[in-house]
Design a protein around this ligand. Structure first.
Ligand code: EPZ
Length: 423
């Protein structure tokens, strides 16, 4: 259910969660997968697509480009051709992942005019690596009026692209563009996230020739065109990790289902070190907790390291740990926006640059708090679930960007959440 600008979520916390909870398809896989629809000469059908504000925004952008696209019961079918090469500021500014249409438009139509996405709460988030990758593949790129104007009238040409540091989105844009370049490309220092593997698998199902996905070096033999395919979006490891920590913080026992366990190896290891029980099945994990657990230090890293998208949730979890923990955020420069809100709930956290020091307490206090970005918002929900009394989280439109049916899923496990429509 979409949220109005000032919707809030009221949480009656202190209740251990019990039962089964099912994870949806991954937002961060669905968004690039949707963008590849621009490259398909036939019909691309995606299943297990999460119903989120962000996936609906990407669908709106693809329709703006002229695709014939429908979204029903988790299934998206889309076919071209694109008739409009512009990705306008009013759409791109709502969702940075819109930059992922750059590679597909260039590769398939030889031109793209994409608004620069601008920063967001967690950092300036430049797109210089995306632009440099397109230039490496032979495109000319100009920046004017806040737009990226890219052209490759004779098509793209395969080349070696070396990233100075890991970038998920730049790897995705480069991979999509190279898939239909003439000749072979190599992407060095590529991101290794499961969402990259999922994107490569979908492109290959459409006829691309990509190898090395999941390693730091991708080899892509360009093909002339991509054709009809159907692909199921990979499970959302970040949503799964969020639910795993919800069980730990509320002292409950949850079975998180429809996951790919090995995508969460690092989290499982950290959780076990805190003393939380983790029993792994073939496509589920059962978390058993009693509400008390030990502090642990983590440092966010590109996959397979500790995910930056689980940092805010883990910070909330450590507020109730026994001992002192240190959390370092190495990926984004400003991803501790949840800290001041957690402090309002009585957490003892001090931030020095990219490191937070957390002194665990026996309990937090219910309070009105404000969401600032997607993962910060869910960390506040977790804190509210673990706190006796009523916590209200405002601006939960941030939450609706990345969590499909959160109230329903958690409510089925005993959580008491109520959406408040604030005028
Ligand atoms: C993707 O963002 C995810 N979003 C993010 O998830 C995730 O946090 C991030 O990867 C890291 O895992 C989607 O997949 C839609 P990056 P992306 O390029 O691709 C810098 C969420 O909560 N950088 O790997 O934008 C950048 O500023 C979201 O679901 C450049 O300097 O992340 C950051 O510091 C948040 N220049 C670092 O690299 C560039 O051209 C890693 O960013 C590109 C990135």
């Amino acid at each position: 259910m979409g949220s109005l600008e000032m919707d809030g979520l009221e949480i009656e916390g202190g209740i251990p969660l019990h039962g089964d909870i099912y994870v949806s398809g991954a937002k961060n896989a669905a968004l690039p997968l949707l963008a590849t629809g621009l490259m398909c000469d036939g019909t691309l059908t995606l299943t297990h697509v999460p119903d989120l504000a962000d996936t609906r925004l990407m669908i709106e952008l693809l329709a703006h480009h002229g695709l014939d696209i429908g979204f029903q019961d988790g299934r998206v079918s889309m076919s071209g051709p694109a008739t409009n090469m512009d990705a306008p500021y009013d759409l791109v500014s709502k969702m940075r992942a819109s930059i992922l249409v750059l590679g597909p438009l260039l590769a398939r139509y030889g031109e793209a005019r994409v608004s620069l996405p601008g920063g967001c709460a967690i950092g300036t988030r430049p797109v210089d690596l995306h632009i440099r990758a397109m230039q490496k593949l032979g495109a000319t790129v100009e920046l004017a009026d806040g737009y990226i104007q890219a052209r490759a009238p004779k098509g793209l040409t395969g080349n070696k692209i070396v990233f100075p540091f890991v970038s998920v989105g730049a790897t995705e844009n480069a991979m999509m563009a190279a898939a239909c370049a003439s000749g072979t490309s190599q992407i060095v220092n590529a991101a290794r996230e499961p969402e990259i593997i999922d994107l490569a698998d979908c492109l290959n199902a459409m006829g691309a020739r990509i190898t090395g996905q999941g390693t730091d070096t991708l080899t892509i033999e360009g093909v002339a065109s991509l054709s009809t395919a159907t692909h199921r979006v990979v499970a959302d490891r970040v949503e799964a990790g969020t639910f795993i920590m919800a069980a730990a913080m509320t002292g409950g026992s949850l079975t998180v289902r429809d996951i790919i366990p090995h995508h969460l190896d690092v989290l499982f290891d950290v959780m076990r070190q805190t003393g939380v029980g983790i029993d792994i099945g073939d496509n589920f994990v059962t978390v058993s907790a009693n509400g008390r657990y030990q502090a642990q230090n983590v440092e966010t890293q590109p996959y397979p390291g500790f995910p930056t998208d689980l940092q805010a949730q883990f910070t909330a979890m450590m507020c109730l740990a026994e001992g002192v923990s240190q959390i370092s955020e190495t990926i984004f420069e400003n991803r501790f926006m949840h800290v001041p809100e957690l402090v309002r709930m009585g957490a003892d956290i001090s931030v020095d640059g990219r490191t937070a020091i957390i002194r665990g307490k026996d309990a937090l206090l219910p309070a009105p708090v404000m969401a600032t970005d997607l993962r910060a918002s869910v960390s506040l929900v977790l804190a509210g679930l673990a706190t006796t009394g009523t916590t209200s989280v405002s601006r939960i439109y941030h939450l609706d960007r990345g969590y499909a049916g959160l109230e329903t899923k958690l409510g089925a496990c005993g959580a008491r959440l109520r959406r408040i429509h604030q005028s």
